[in-house]
Design a protein around this ligand. Structure first.
Ligand SMILES: Nc1ncnc2c1ncn2[C@@H]1O[C@H](COP(=O)(O)OP(=O)(O)OP(=O)(O)O)[C@@H](O)[C@H]1O
Ligand SMILES: [Mg+2]
Length: 349
């Protein structure tokens, strides 16, 4: 019986031990599996983190590239914009030039047409005046009744006055037409190697004296910078002289107008000659009335003038423009109303 009990006890112990062993080994296997899983998860997490990090870096790089490209594109856009503006400006300039050229041709054509009938008007006007003088003398000599003389002689006098006016204004028109005809005068001047400094100085003095002879109270200070090494240039000196006389004349006129309305005002004319990029440049700047923005585009048109009727023809700058064009040069103007006007003559060497 005892033996049997022992047997049962040992069996129970063996069974329990076997169960413990089984459970322990199961536990060991389970724990090691869990560890492996944990490690695997950690590895995956690390890989994910690494991937995230590299994605982040790639994103940053991409963003930087996008920023760089955007900057490049906007820079290119600005350059394109500027080029477009320049193109627009030169297109306008070209259109303006063409307009001026055809206006010049038109003016010359009209001048030719007008010159003939105008010559008739002037010639027959003068003949009529002589005839009238003869009629008057004859009437005075004739033994006519006083009443008749009183009636007729004042009429003859009036006719004479009217004829004088016709002749006076006919001559004015003739002067204008002659000016206009300078548009066609191509073979007039001879191209000569010219010292622009001397030419400018000479015409400056001449214009000033001419202006002062007509406006005695006018005085002006000169600021002249004549570039020492300015190379002689091949031009038609009379043409350049003509252009300068008009520019100086306009400047004196404008400064005189300002002097009339401004008490503490000192007229100053600045003249600067220089050479740059194969061009000789003459800049003339006055501190007169300046040119209003709304008319600055018109000043080179034939007959455009703001001066009182009878004082100017408005042909000065238009003729200058034509002469400069035939020299393959350029004439430019900048101004601020009430402050200054600056004309630049550019001539190619
Ligand atoms: N320096 C200047 N300051 C202000 N306005 C000017 C100046 N130069 C030219 N102008 C303007 O341009 C217009 C045209 O000038 P332009 O020399 O062609 O004709 P003008 O002087 O009026 O007449 P003309 O020269 O035939 O006697 C002038 O009437 C004036 O309004
Ligand atoms: Mg003028």
């Amino acid at each position: 019986m005892d033996l049997l009990e022992i047997n049962i006890q040992s069996r129970v112990i063996i069974g329990i031990s076997a169960m413990v062993v089984l459970f322990t080994s199961f536990l060991v296997v389970f724990i090691s599996n869990q560890r492996k899983k944990l490690q695997y998860h950690k590895q995956i997490q690390a890989i994910q983190l690494e991937q995230q990090e590299s994605l982040k870096q790639q994103n940053q790089q991409l963003e930087q590239r996008v920023e760089e490209r955007t900057a490049e594109i906007s820079e290119q856009k600005e350059i394109l914009q500027e080029t477009l503006e320049e193109l627009r400006a030169s297109q306008l300039h070209l259109i303006q030039k063409e307009k001026m050229a055809s206006l010049g041709e038109l003016t010359a054509g009209i001048a030719h047409e007008i010159q003939n009938p105008l010559n008739f008007v002037l010639n027959f006007g003068e003949i009529n005046r002589d005839l009238l003088m003869e009629i008057k003398e004859a009437l005075e000599k004739e033994n006519l009744s006083e009443g008749f003389k009183e009636d007729i002689l004042p009429l003859v006098g009036d006719l004479g006055d009217n004829l004088s006016k016709i002749l006076q204004h006919g001559k004015r028109a003739d002067g204008i037409v002659r000016n206009m005809l300078q548009h066609t005068r191509k073979e007039a001047g001879v191209v000569v190697l010219t010292n622009l400094n001397e030419l400018t100085d000479e015409f400056l003095k001449m214009s000033y004296h001419g202006f002062r002879a007509r406006h005695k109270s006018f005085n002006c200070t000169f600021n002249t910078i004549f570039e020492g090494g300015l190379e002689p240039i091949r031009v038609i000196p009379q043409d350049i002289g003509h252009i300068l006389v008009n520019i100086f004349g306009n400047a004196f006129y404008s400064m005189q107008e300002k002097a009339k309305i401004k008490s503490d005002y000192e007229p100053v004319l600045s003249i600067h000659t220089s050479s740059k990029d194969g061009k000789a440049i003459i800049e003339v700047r006055d501190n007169g009335m300046g040119i209003p923005e709304k008319i600055i585009n018109k000043i080179f048109q034939p007959f455009f003038t703001t001066k009182p009727t009878g004082e100017a023809t408005g042909l000065g700058l238009s003729l200058s423009y034509d002469m400069i064009r035939s020299h393959k040069g350029d004439i430019k103007v900048i101004s601020a109303e009430g402050e200054y006007a600056q004309f630049s003559i550019e001539l190619n060497y």
